[in-house]
Design a protein around this ligand. Structure first.
Ligand SMILES: NC(=O)c1ccc[n+]([C@@H]2O[C@H](COP(=O)([O-])OP(=O)(O)OC[C@H]3O[C@@H](n4cnc5c(N)ncnc54)[C@H](O)[C@@H]3O)[C@@H](O)[C@H]2O)c1
Ligand SMILES: [Zn+2]
Ligand SMILES: [Zn+2]
Length: 386
């Protein structure tokens, strides 16, 4: 089959590789019909996530048709149409039972590596380095899906791929980020740093949860325009963000701040230099700003991915202002069914975010375009048949 392989920093190649095989009785194999590039993939592309190896198959946002099931798979059968969530979860450990699926204890075969860095290992993730399991990803024609009865959600209606594909990651991720904001319907003001795909879904989810006002911050005009189309007020991140947020909130600051930017924030020379000198793993410029700008006793919700050790965090502000910090890889399986219902009920059409459809064979160019944000690119869907 064809697959997008990581071959080094800023080096993706479409290669012919072996088709995946059932390895465990609870696996299934999915023939992929649609797959996408995520902001998280940029962190691998730019070489900031350790434990990638040449030839690793990329991708964790995919859907398709089940073509083979292991002997212990009970809920899925050949021919089912499924969306596969990016976190792999066992469904039976203490975290899965508490719906903390991205903290699953049993799906990272390389847990020891993650434990050295983090104390305890998070769940395995498709196509996201050996530290989170070394699983082959879904920017390919086929993928092996472990714990097939726990992850994939069956799509039993005729909604096209474009409307359900993002259940695999960015819609639940934006939704959990908004849910973590403890929104009081009709009252809460939520500020969202980053108008990439995750920020876009966080903005729309905040409105779905009843936010009175959403203020979105980014430097890219077309991304701000997409946020405005959802009803958000926008701020250019190149300006005085604190000042403008105060102007929009009667001087009090937003009730909640979402960092949908993560480890590669723009705007701070200090962090660029330190990251390049390997004196800092991440560029937490947006996170610092969110912690400073949020109102007293507010919430800072962090869907943005961070990898390691962050410098100059305003922890004094967080402590003295009584901020709550909430974060995490998304507990995907908790959100699949309720968010599918929102799509079926036409409360949201996730395909709004797609700006580019590209053959899988053109993935290397698509990575460069998405990373550099050229050609108005906001979200790329790859077609594995081309
Ligand atoms: N928690 C999860 O489970 C999860 C899932 C998916 C993605 N993510 C993470 O979410 C983050 C966003 O993903 P995405 O797909 O939207 O990526 P993206 O790179 O397309 O979006 C990031 C946006 O942030 C903007 N930005 C950069 N610096 C900024 C600043 N200082 N202030 C305001 N905006 C700034 C960029 O212009 C861009 O529009 C990434 O870190 C990604 O890894 C997390
Ligand atoms: Zn993702
Ligand atoms: Zn588990």
């Amino acid at each position: 089959m064809k697959a997008v392989c990581w071959m080094g920093k800023k080096k993706m190649e479409v290669q012919r590789v072996d088709d995946p095989k059932i390895l465990n009785p609870r696996d299934c194999i999915v023939r992929i019909t649609s797959t996408a590039i995520c902001g998280s993939d940029i962190h691998l592309y730019d070489g900031y996530i350790p434990t990638m190896e040449k030839g690793d198959i990329m991708g964790h946002e995919f859907m398709g048709e089940v073509v083979e099931v292991g002997p212990e798979v009970k809920k899925l059968k050949v021919g089912d149409r499924v969306v596969v969530p990016f976190t792999i979860s066992c469904g039976a450990c203490i975290h899965c039972l508490r719906q903390q699926f991205s903290c699953c204890d049993n799906t990272n075969p390389n847990a020891r590596v993650a434990e050295l860095l983090m104390g305890y290992s998070p769940a395995g993730i498709f196509g996201y380095s050996h530290m989170t399991g070394g699983y082959a990803g879904g920017q390919a024609q086929y993928a092996r899906v472990p714990f097939a009865d726990i992850g994939p959600i069956k799509i039993e209606n005729d909604l096209p791929d474009d409307k359900v594909l993002f259940l695999s990651d960015i819609f639940p991720t934006g939704y959990m980020a908004a849910e973590n904001c403890d929104i009081v319907p009709g009252r809460s003001v939520v500020a969202v740093w980053g108008c990439g795909p995750v920020g876009q879904f966080a903005i729309r989810s905040a409105f779905l949860l009843g936010a009175a006002k959403v203020i979105a911050i980014d430097s890219v005009p077309e991304r701000r325009a997409m946020a405005e189309a959802a009803g958000a007020v926008t701020i250019d991140s190149g300006g005085d963000v604190m000042d403008e947020l105060q102007a929009h909130t009667g001087g009090r600051g937003p009730d909640a701040a979402i960092d949908a930017v993560g480890m590669e924030a723009h705007g701070s020379i200090y962090d660029v230099v330190k990251q390049n000198l390997k004196m800092e793993t991440d560029r937490p410029y947006a996170l610092r700003q969110a912690m400073r700008c949020v109102r007293k006793a507010g919430v800072v919700s962090v869907p943005g991915v961070y990898g390691g050790f962050l410098d100059k965090m305003p922890f004094g502000a967080a402590m003295n202002k009584g901020i709550s910090l909430k974060m995490g890889q998304t507990h995907m399986q908790k959100y699949l069914q309720p968010l599918l219902k929102l799509i079926e009920d036409k409360k949201i059409d996730p395909s709004f975010v797609i700006t580019h459809r590209v053959p899988l064979t053109k993935a290397p160019q698509a990575y460069a375009m998405f990373t550099k944000k050229t050609d108005g690119c906001i979200k790329v869907v790859l077609d594995p048949t081309r």
